[in-house]
Design a protein around this ligand. Structure first.
Ligand SMILES: C[S@@+](CC[C@H](N)C(=O)[O-])C[C@H]1O[C@@H](n2cnc3c(N)ncnc32)[C@H](O)[C@@H]1O
Length: 258
């Protein structure tokens, strides 16, 4: 049987197992073992769901699962809604640590709820997302956004007062160390990174797949990072944890250049 052609995202192509991060149950070093092969990339499937929403259709259900695990609904409704109470507390804490009119980069901004909240509070925000529809939704939510890979070359190296990695986004690409290194590289010397951590205290890296009823995506890597693994993950990027807190069952941390 021939393998179907799969359009991989940059993160899918680039992923290598990260030293020191345990593999979750069902994890395989190969994106093929343990998975049904998908014929569509996760990015395409996600992007199409958001594009339909952008055109005025109700949000479709997109499922996500790890190999051998149960499917759960992707939180599209939450990402397309306004920032919630826990988000606002976290974003206000970040803002309190930054100068007035600070410049903030939202890595993996999705439909833009955090970017829009910060923009409304007087900060200069730029969302970054690999989904064109997410970028369009962010712009519609009144915040500028860039269609780019969060792990690739981004504008304003050393010029951003704040970097957001919210709602599990520290797991993008399956390599939190690399993402924190990227964030550190983008920050001003007095800047801060706002990171949301795994609420259940799990640190691992898994291959996930998306499904939308008819289709199954190719696997893509995604990590989870617990608070007790944060210092270690941040050490290579010369970031130090300045505070950690829980809010509405969620875990957040602020990091600053050492
Ligand atoms: C878990 S959603 C969170 C969205 C948003 N931060 C929120 O909380 O509402 C993750 C987002 O990251 C984006 N993403 C994943 N990998 C990415 C990458 N390598 N570069 C840019 N965006 C990426 C996805 O397209 C998606 O919009």
């Amino acid at each position: 049987m021939t393998r179907p052609a799969v359009a991989h995202t940059p993160a899918e192509r680039r992923w290598t197992p990260e030293p020191g991060i345990p593999r979750a149950a069902g994890h395989a070093d190969s994106p093929v073992a343990g998975h049904v092969l998908g014929t569509v990339s996760a990015l395409q499937l996600y992007d199409e769901a958001l594009a339909a929403h952008l055109s005025g259709l109700p949000l479709v259900e997109v499922l996500v699962w790890a190999a051998g695990g149960p499917p759960v609904a992707l939180a599209l409704h939450r990402w397309c809604a306004a920032a919630d109470a826990a988000d606002r507390v976290a974003l206000d804490r970040l803002r309190a640590a930054l100068p007035a009119h600070a410049r903030v980069l939202d890595l993996g901004c999705g439909p833009g709820r955090h970017a829009a909240y910060q923009q409304g509070a007087g900060l200069a925000v730029l969302g970054v997302d690999s989904s064109l529809a997410a970028v369009a939704l962010t712009r519609r939510a009144a915040a500028p956004a860039l269609h780019a890979d969060a792990l690739g070359r981004l504008p304003g190296r050393g010029a951003w007062d704040g970097v957001l990695l919210l709602d599990g986004n520290v797991g993008m690409g399956g390599n939190p160390r690399r993402l924190l290194l990227q964030a550190a590289d983008l920050l001003t010397p007095g800047g801060r990174v706002l990171v949301e951590l795994d609420p259940d205290g799990v640190t691992d890296c898994r291959w996930l797949q998306l499904g939308d009823g008819g289709r199954v995506s190719a696997p893509f890597p995604w990590a989870r990072l617990a608070v007790d693994a944060l210092e270690r993950a941040a050490a290579g990027s010369a970031l130090v944890v300045t505070c950690c807190w829980s809010e509405h069952g969620r875990r957040f941390a602020l990091l600053a250049p050492a």
